[in-house]
Each structure stands twice: as structure tokens, then as C-alpha cells.
Design a protein around this ligand. Structure first.
Ligand code: AKB
Length: 324
């Protein structure tokens, strides 16, 4: 059977990069990118989908004979706290729509990203194990913890092959994050390259698990390619990249930009970050499907700076215009 992939949330930080990797893997015509808003300049097949509209998803699945769905749309941790009930509604409704459509249409594989936001006070802060107690502090985290259990339920009850990873904060030069607590770790590189001051919304010693975009894309594709019988965890897999604090990334950036100035102005996101693990144990992912990160803080920093310098050479300071 020909693989046809539908990506829901293809305009997002991860979606935009994952879409081009999936196009390379399966062919441009076999990847259907979708999001709430049209992407006019998109090179490939694009459909506007509001994932709260189950009929619209069904239409696209039928039209293209979709066989795999990557459901990336969600409201993230910081943004989600502005309207908790709406965040819950959107995150859960879109997931239920994807799970139900997948079950009814015999979709071969589904990808559902979870997050380190599922962990709270009840989990150990260091080397947090895969099976730690989950008491998330944000509505986003609650929706991801519930979503993981629903993914497992659809696997156990209906045999739907749903696979999931708990993403750390994702750092990439190709796209911008939006509404997350880990977003500072992308913004800081833009400011450094633009030779501007950076206002950091976290305290300097707030260590969080992070991962470079190339690693996270590879992890996602490796999980989705792994033989079904190897996938022993049907809630979600921890994956680690590297852990660092704002102070550590600043000192790495100052090796390239010695005059880089940072002001620490912690806001409500500090509390969210303080409830999350500092480091993640990913031994289950490496045991079951061979996960191993490649990027450390030094290689992330040199790559981010080099790639962003190339982007900014175009002369535009309009971030959205520069992405991808
Ligand atoms: C966020 O900060 O909300 C996300 C995440 C860790 O899931 N980047």
C-alpha cells in the first residue's frame, strides 16, 4: 500500500520542518500538509484544516487516501494558561477527532507528540524516568497526560498504532516556536545574531531539557519506522537531548558574541519551568528503538548562529518572513 501522510499543524515550529523531511522520505505528492491558515508559498500539497472540524479531516483523508497522520496541532504551555478551558477543549477535541478518524479509516500509523510538560511536582527533577508519576502544572500538560492515556486506550481497545514522544524544548533555526515556556532558547539566538539585548523570562539558573531540531526530527522518524513489536510503551516515550540553563546558553553564545547582553526578568513562565524536570531519562527509547541524541550545547550554538547569520544576511529583520 502506498504511504500517504497527513500532517495536522504543518505551519508550526516542528510541523514545518517535519513536513519537508516527510516529503523527502515519501515524495512531495504523498505528503498532505495542513493547518488553520493557508501557506501560500508552500511547495507541495496543502489543505486548510481546522482540526476541531471532524468532517473536514474526513474529507481530506478520503480525498487523498491518507494512510498515516501526524497530529501536531496544540496550544502550548504558556499560551494555554491564558484560557485554560479553551486550551483543554482544543487540545482534546482535535486529538479525539484524529483518533476516531484513524480508527474508522484504518489508518496505519498515528503520531501524537507529548511533552515534558506532563511531569510536575510528583516526578523526580533529575533523570526523570519514563514511568514517573504525572501531575502536570499546566492545562497543556494535563491535556498531554490525558492524550497519552487516550493513545494507549486506542491501541489496546482498537489496535490503532499510535506512537508518541515526550518532546523537550525544541531549538531550531528554520522556524519560530509560539506560546511555549522553552521558547526563550530559540529567541535568544536571534537576538545574539542581531546584536540586540535579550530579556529572558526565566531565571538564569533554570535548567530545562532541550533538544535540537535535527535530533527531534530524527527521533520522530525513527520511532515511526520502528517495527511495531518494538514499541513497548503506548503512552509516550521520554527522549533527552541536552539540559541547560539560560546562564549556560549565554556563556556559550558569548564565546562568539562577547558583548551579548541579557536581562533576567522572570515572569509567570518561571513557575511553569520550575515544575518541569531538569533532565530526562530516555533509556526506554534507546532500548526499544535505538534512540541516541547527537547535538550538545556547543554544536547547537555554532549551528544556530551560522544558520541565522545566513538568514539575516537577506537584510530583513522580519522573523516570520525569514523562516524556512
Ligand atoms: C512548551 O514550552 O510548552 C513546549 C513543550 C516543552 O512542550 N515547548
Amino acid at each position: 500500500m502506498k504511504t500517504v501522510v497527513l500532517i495536522i499543524g504543518a505551519n508550526g515550529q516542528l510541523g514545518s520542518v517535519l513536513t519537508s523531511s516527510l516529503q523527502q522520505k515519501f515524495g512531495r505528492g504523498n505528503v498532505i500538509a495542513s493547518d488553520l491558515r493557508d501557506d501560500k508559498g508552500f511547495n507541495g500539497v496543502f489543505e486548510v484544516i481546522d482540526a476541531t472540524d471532524v468532517q473536514r479531516i474526513q474529507q481530506v483523508v478520503t480525498q487523498y487516501n491518507v494512510t498515516q497522520i501526524y497530529h501536531l496541532a496544540a496550544i502550548l504551555s504558556a499560551k494555554g494558561e491564558e484560557t485554560p478551558l479553551q486550551t483543554w477543549d482544543i487540545n482534546m477535541k482535535t486529538l479525539f477527532n484524529v483518533l476516531e478518524i484513524s480508527r474508522k479509516n484504518n489508518i496505519e500509523k498515528v503520531f501524537f507528540p507529548s511533552s515534558i510538560a506532563v511531569f510536575g511536582e510528583g516526578a523526580s527533577l533529575h533523570e526523570t524516568p519514563n514511568d514517573a508519576y504525572l501531575d502536570p502544572s499546566t492545562v497543556y500538560g494535563i491535556s498531554k497526560a490525558a492524550g497519552e492515556n487516550w493513545a494507549q486506550y486506542y491501541f489496546l481497545r482498537y489496535g490503532l498504532d499510535v506512537r508518541s514522544i515526550r518532546y523537550p524544548g525544541v531549538i531550531g533555526y528554520q522556524s519560530l516556536p509560539g506560546g511555549g515556556t522553552t521558547d526563550y532558547a530559540v529567541d535568544i539566538y536571534h537576538k545574539a545574531v542581531l546584536k540586540e539585548e535579550f530579556d529572558c523570562f526565566l531565571k538564569e539558573d533554570t535548567t530545562l531539557p532541550m533538544i535540537f531540531m535535527d535530533d527531534v526530527i530524527r527521533a520522530t522518524l525513527e520511532l515511526m519506522e520502528a517495527p511495531k513489536e518494538n514499541i513497548k510503551i503506548r503512552t509516550s516515550y521520554n527522549i533527552a537531548g541536552i539540559s541547560f540553563s539560560p546562564a549556560e546558553v549565554v556563556s556559550e553564545i558569548r564565546k562568539l558574541y562577547p558583548d551579548f547582553k541579557v536581562n533576567y526578568r522572570p515572569d509567570f513562565r518561571q513557575e511553569i519551568a520550575s515544575s518541569w524536570p531538569k533532565s530526562i531519562n530516555d533509556s526506554a527509547a534507546s532500548r526499544d528503538w535505538g534512540w541516541k541524541p547527537e547535538y550538545d550545547l556547543e554544536s547547537i550554538t555554532t549551528t544556530m548562529v551560522q544558520k541565522l547569520k545566513e538568514k539575516y544576511k537577506t537584510g530583513s529583520k522580519n522573523l516570520e518572513a525569514l523562516m524556512l
